[in-house]
Design a protein. Structure first.
Length: 262
């Protein structure tokens, strides 16, 4: 190009490619893309091939032809799995603007046709939109909430079937871990929809400075105990609850998967 220099970093001089799009967020991706795109340089976590979602759909009887709401799609990995398993529509709501743009990149690379990504707060969406969904996917969001009970109550109002993956508070495990203990300094009482219990404040601390930070929108969130999550789901009408993928030694705190049906 006759020695022309690109002085604006937002321009790309190479021929068009999927990698160019991924490199807009170089070093910030969490997910590894599925075949035939697994050679692309992104993240390392196989969220586009997540066995937790396969388990959840098996327990729930699949999602073929269903209208699904996904809360916090992150980079579109679970959205991709819902589409490949036959969901009729997926409405995926993401408040993190960088994550939202990464979802759009993933949608373009993978050619997703039945997913609509929306940028905004899904709590506000649930509170203002009375649409009922066949399934709500809430993976990796409950422990980022300022009012986790409100999310569980709103889920119960919008669906009869949900999948949740979340961390939870366990006094012995967290207080016994020097990496986790400093993050939890306060507990408060809370209630929503007739259910009352204790919540444990979790501060993000230095992780807020990470380029790929994908936590909540505030400097802290509130965690629930495992027991109170299950009690709240029962209180809100989910009487068929199935649990898997429990990990008490997860480096970020104990966690589990559950499907809940009315």
């Amino acid at each position: 190009m006759l020695g022309r220099k690109f002085v604006n970093p937002h321009y790309v001089s190479a021929a068009p490619s999927e990698q160019n799009a991924l490199d807009i967020f170089a070093g910030e991706w969490a997910s590894r893309f599925p075949p035939p795109y697994s050679n692309l340089v992104a993240g390392g976590i196989p969220l586009f091939q997540d066995s937790r979602i396969a388990w959840a759909l098996e327990q729930l009887g699949g999602c073929q032809g269903q209208n699904v709401l996904e809360l916090g799609p992150l980079e579109g990995g679970h959205s991709y799995l819902l589409e490949t398993h036959g969901a009729a529509t997926i409405t995926a709501i993401e408040a993190n603007t960088a994550a939202f743009l990464k979802c759009l990149i993933a949608k373009e690379i993978l050619g997703l046709k039945r997913v609509r990504f929306l940028c905004g707060d899904f709590i506000q969406y649930l509170a203002q939109n009375e649409e009922h969904f066949d399934l709500v996917l809430a993976a990796g969001v409950l422990y980022h909430m300022g009012e986790p009970f409100s999310l569980l109550r709103l889920l119960a109002e919008r669906t009869n079937r949900t999948y949740i993956w979340t961390h939870y508070y366990d006094e012995q495990i967290i207080q016994g871990n020097p990496n986790l203990r400093p993050k939890f300094t306060k507990q408060v009482s809370s209630s929503a929809g007739g259910f009352r219990c204790t919540m444990y404040r979790q501060s993000y601390l230095n992780s807020l400075q990470s380029p790929g930070f994908c936590g909540g929108s505030a400097e802290f969130s509130y965690w629930l105990t495992r027991e109170d999550i299950l009690k709240a789901l029962a209180r809100y009408g989910f009487h068929d609850v199935r649990i898997a993928h429990e990990q008490t030694d997860h480096p970020h705190g104990p966690c589990f998967s559950l499907v809940a049906m009315k």
